[in-house]
Design a protein around this ligand. Structure first.
Ligand code: KIV
Ligand code: ZN
Length: 560
């Protein structure tokens, strides 16, 4: 059956903008924009439980620590909490000299007055006014013409001017948002902003901020970029205007819209940590900043400990972070697939021989997790889709157990079976315990009851060690003995005296593990039986010879 979801004319493409010589597709992002966090306003107003004053203060301190120089702190005329929060920010000296707070306000006299009152004692602030300009808002919400809507904006500016003393004008900058810009005819949006700018005035020392929001993200990122470039080309006094973006994420392309807008000449970016905000959220500022970092640009924000930022964000907002959220999500530096794990392991291993700042080229991992306080240990996780290399990597990295490469398939099979049975991911201790149970403590037909080895002075190499042992094979006890070129050889030879399958040792590896008094040897042995079947075994002991002997027992105990 053919699936279909025909909109039947209910929806149409939004915002075709005539811009035949658009330049933005050839531009590059080369530096960080001015960032403005709107976590405490747009983010807060979208929360199920809006933040209390103490939480907002703690969040503000975090934003300052992260390096934000412009922070929208609320809508002081809208509630006592918002007002009180701003008073405490000012009175308790939370605002560093190089940080400007921003307050949102509708352009109505009583609200403007209350907002100005909330800013008493504040060294510098951005006064942010907005009114909605789109056809639907003009028609349904306000029932006003284009001229009348433009007049609302101009009157708002007049009202603010009338509430400000000359001194206030020195410390207060203006931001104007034609709300619903994304749905507004572009020429009309320019016309309204032009009128606002003319009413307020602007100069090189007092630039006005024109914030062009995708209040509802309704068009593709390239159209937003067109809108920004078009606006920049058509507004007068461009050099005295800071073009700001405020991208919502209704289509899930807020980050892309913002990035293309930067190509198109936007100077400033509003957004929230991890994309909090109304509906689908605001632009995820962390995402855009670290995208810049991943391309060699200093984002001028500090996310070197992203995990802690994520934890604080969750604590403050009660919002979860999706495990797939770029950079911060629990799973973004994790690989389950075997081929990915293999490539990552090889890429990581290659880096240990490179200078610290060598160009990052580890497959499947966009940036070095260490740069943002994340750990390599979490990179490889094991489930039933994982390959043999992933589990071996974990044993090596976490426990110092370096299996020979030829043994990896046997380990992979063991782990895959366990993951399949449990239908879930295995953690590192489970992988280690499986290795221990299956090989180091392998139970089966053979066990050693007593073992004595003697080094024979003056004997030829092939007879340098004598081994005497009491072993049990299938519950029956045997006293056996042989000489050989070492403990392993002598013991393997002695086993020919019991009715176990005849075998030869076809691979042997060993390494030490631990340090000082805790040093042990780990031995890995592959035996090949007369029927051609091969089995791996492993042994661990403080005595090197005994580790090899135990590995042979472990291998024989794999025969069921
Ligand atoms: O999304 C929006 O348009 C806003 C404005 C107030 C800027 O939040
Ligand atoms: Zn918004």
């Amino acid at each position: 059956m053919n699936a279909s979801m025909n909109p039947n004319g209910k929806y149409a493409r939004v915002g075709d903008i005539e811009l035949p010589n658009r330049k933005w597709p050839s531009n590059k992002i080369t530096k960080a924009p001015v960032w403005c966090s709107v976590d405490l306003r747009d983010g807060n107003q979208a929360l199920v439980n809006p933040m209390g004053i103490d939480t907002k203060l703690a969040f503000f301190d975090l934003l300052v620590k992260l390096g934000f120089k412009e922070i929208e702190v609320g809508f002081p005329a809208s509630s006592d909490t918002e007002y009180e929060f701003i008073r405490r920010l000012i009175e308790e000296n939370h605002i560093p000299d190089d940080v400007t707070i921003q307050v949102l306000c509708q352009a109505r006299e009583a609200l403007v007055k209350k907002t100005m009152e909330s800013l008493k004692g504040c060294k510098q602030a951005i006064f942010h006014i907005y009114n909605s300009t789109s056809p639907a808002q003009r028609k349904y919400t306000f029932n006003k013409s284009k001229e009348e809507i433009k007049q609302i904006a101009v009157d708002g500016v007049k009202c603010i001017k009338s509430c400000l003393s000359d001194e206030d004008r020195k410390r207060i900058r203006l931001e104007y948002s034609p709300e619903s810009f994304s749905h507004t005819e572009i020429d009309y949006a320019v016309e309204v902003c032009e009128a606002v700018k003319n009413e307020w005035g602007c100069s090189a020392d007092n630039k006005i901020i024109m914030n062009l929001p995708t209040t509802v993200e309704c068009y593709t990122p390239n159209v937003y970029a067109d809108a920004i470039e078009y606006f920049a080309e058509h507004i007068s006094d461009r050099q005295n205007i800071i073009i700001s973006t405020h991208c919502h994420n209704d289509r899930g392309t807020g980050v892309a819209s913002c990035e293309l807008a930067l190509l198109a000449g936007a100077d400033r970016v509003e957004g929230c940590l991890f994309g909090n905000g109304e509906r689908t959220g605001n632009l995820d500022i962390v995402n855009v900043a670290l995208n810049m970092y991943s391309q060699g640009i200093d984002p001028q924000l500090d996310f070197h400990d992203i995990q802690s930022v994520g934890e604080l964000y969750t604590k403050f907002t009660e919002m979860e972070i999706n495990p797939r959220t770029p950079y911060v999500g629990e799973l973004v530096f994790t690989a389950f697939s075997g081929s990915h794990q293999d490539a990552i392991r090889k890429g990581m291993a290659a880096r240990t021989k490179m200078p610290k700042n060598a160009l990052w080229d580890v497959p499947y991992i966009l940036i070095d997790p260490h740069d943002i306080g994340r750990q390599y240990e979490g990179i490889i996780r094991i489930n039933s889709q994982s390959g043999k290399g992933g589990a071996a990597y974990i044993l090596e990295q976490e426990y110092g157990i370096c299996l020979p490469k030829a043994m990896h398939p046997a380990l992979g099979e063991l782990i895959k079976k366990a993951a399949d049975e449990s239908q879930r991911e295995l953690d590192k201790s489970e992988i280690y315990n499986l290795f221990v149970k299956h090989w180091l403590e392998a139970k089966g037909n053979l066990s050693i009851v007593d073992l004595a080895e003697t080094h024979l002075e003056g004997k030829e190499n092939s007879e340098s060690t004598s081994c005497r042992a009491v072993v049990e094979w299938k519950g029956k006890r045997y006293s056996i003995g042989k000489t050989g070129n070492g403990p392993l050889d002598a013991f393997a030879g002695a086993l020919s005296e019991i009715p176990a399958p005849k075998f030869s040792i076809t691979a042997f590896h060993e390494h030490s593990i631990g340090t000082g008094n805790d040093t042990s040897a780990v031995a890995y042995v592959q035996i090949t039986c007369e029927d051609g079947n091969q089995y791996w075994g492993a042994g661990k002991s403080t005595n090197v010879g005994r580790a090899g002997v135990d590995a042979v027992v472990s291998a024989l105990n794999q025969i069921k």
